[in-house]
Design a protein around this ligand. Sequence first.
Ligand SMILES: CC(C)(COP(=O)(O)OP(=O)(O)OC[C@H]1O[C@@H](n2cnc3c(N)ncnc32)[C@H](O)[C@@H]1OP(=O)(O)O)[C@@H](O)C(=O)NCCC(=O)NCCS
Length: 147
Amino acid sequence: MIETAKARPEDSTILGQMNKHLIEDEGHRNPMSVEELKVRMENWLRSDWEAVFINKENARIGYALYQWRTEPFDLRERSVYLRQFFVSRSHRRKGVGTQAFNAIKDAFWADAKRIEAEVLTKNKEATAFWHSLGFVDYSLSLKLTLE
Ligand SMILES: CC(C)(COP(=O)(O)OP(=O)(O)OC[C@H]1O[C@@H](n2cnc3c(N)ncnc32)[C@H](O)[C@@H]1OP(=O)(O)O)[C@@H](O)C(=O)NCCC(=O)NCCS
């Protein structure tokens, strides 16, 4: 049974560790250390970012990090920008991500008009995961790397 619980800034040590695994797994170029990620996470949680743990049998096995946003053209439309979503390696492909996403959506995002996530193009596994939840491709982010 999957449960969810709001994280506090004091929980940033474990969140920093999981963030490091997320960066490795998605193949991101971010080189930050676990300690730097912990500090960044704590600063985020002391500002307007929020995080929710994914728990199973009282163990923390993943998390979601998100921020509420409004549309600049309609301040009544609130959406959730989901920056990080992570299920620990040994718990994958068992429906945990799906159950957790739905539980977090019902418990914390009931007022949202939409949920937005970004995924690296090479992260095919996460792309398949978001598609399985009903997310559709919306924009394409482009980069030109200069010498
Ligand atoms: C992406 C992630 C959250 C998925 O969590 P999960 O608990 O394994 O997901 P689920 O078991 O609920 O999978 C639901 C469906 O998503 C798709 N899916 C999930 N992982 C997949 C994979 N590795 N390859 C292909 N499809 C996958 C499948 O359709 C799957 O259904 P199925 O198992 O019946 O085929 C997890 O792999 C993860 O944390 N990855 C590293 C971090 C990351 O990339 N996060 C997203 C950043 S944008």
